[in-house]
Design a protein around this ligand. Structure first.
Ligand code: PRP
Ligand code: URA
Length: 210
């Protein structure tokens, strides 16, 4: 089964992404735009969540009305840039549980190095949405999803802002069962495995580090 890739082409997302890519966007502008985009991406990644009818009373009458069904879903931020996406999604789904995986990409080997892992209980019974703005070589996202599977997660989605074709291919080989949601698929990776045209280092741009 091939990985499904959903490119969320909503005009507001595409416009905001263009503003984010520009070198002159400050960290505060970059963060604000990422948060706005995360609301719109959250809308798409949760589009098919199951509902159940519950009885409520309006000021006029009783009615059966839909509410989200099943165990509370789990958002997983791949630190640190994942936090830039997490915040906005959590505003839309405030009851979600939140897990964190700390990973950084070793600049020499490009391998993902784990430094933190904390998850809510009963991952196996939750929809797990892992978030990280960048899918470049996919080393980080593949490692994160593998850890989530080791932790029992069975129903996982991966949400990012930008993906490289090479990363999608590698992700597909490792986790063909995990659908990808992204705002754009860029051209390629450069010699340092940065996404081109891309937006640079997402974590640095969010937090103003270099
Ligand atoms: C960035 C990004 C991804 C990873 C993508 O994180 O947020 O996690 O690189 O690259 P990959 O697909 O080639 O693994 P980084 O390692 O810079 O850490 P940070 O989030 O702490 O800045
Ligand atoms: N990580 C980033 O933050 N940006 C890239 O282009 C590649 C990896």
């Amino acid at each position: 089964m091939p990985t499904s890739v959903t490119v969320v082409e909503h005009p507001l997302i595409q416009h905001k992404l263009t503003l984010m890519r520009r070198t002159e966007a400050s960290s505060s502008t970059f963060r604000a735009l990422l948060k706005e985009i995360s609301h719109l991406l959250a809308y798409e990644v949760t589009r098919d969540l199951p509902l159940k009818d519950v009885e409520i009373e309006t000021p006029l009458t009783k009615m059966m009305a839909p509410m989200l069904d099943g165990k509370k879903l789990c958002l997983v931020s791949i630190l640190r840039a994942g936090n830039g996406l997490l915040e906005g999604i959590l505003e839309l789904i405030p009851s979600a549980r939140v897990g964190h995986i700390g990973l950084y990409r070793d600049p020499e080997t490009l391998e993902a190095v784990e430094y933190y892992y904390k998850m809510p209980s009963e991952l196996d019974q939750r929809l797990v949405i892992a978030v990280d703005p960048m899918l470049a070589t996919a080393n980080s996202s593949v490692a994160a999803i593998s850890r989530l599977k080791e932790g029992g997660a069975r129903n996982i989605r991966f949400l990012c802002l930008l993906a490289a074709p090479e990363g999608i291919e590698a992700f597909h080989r490792a986790h063909p069962d995990v659908p990808i949601y992204t705002a754009a698929v860029d051209e390629c990776l450069n010699d340092h495995s940065y996404i081109v045209p891309g937006l640079g280092d997402a974590g640095d741009r969010i937090y103003g580090t270099r």
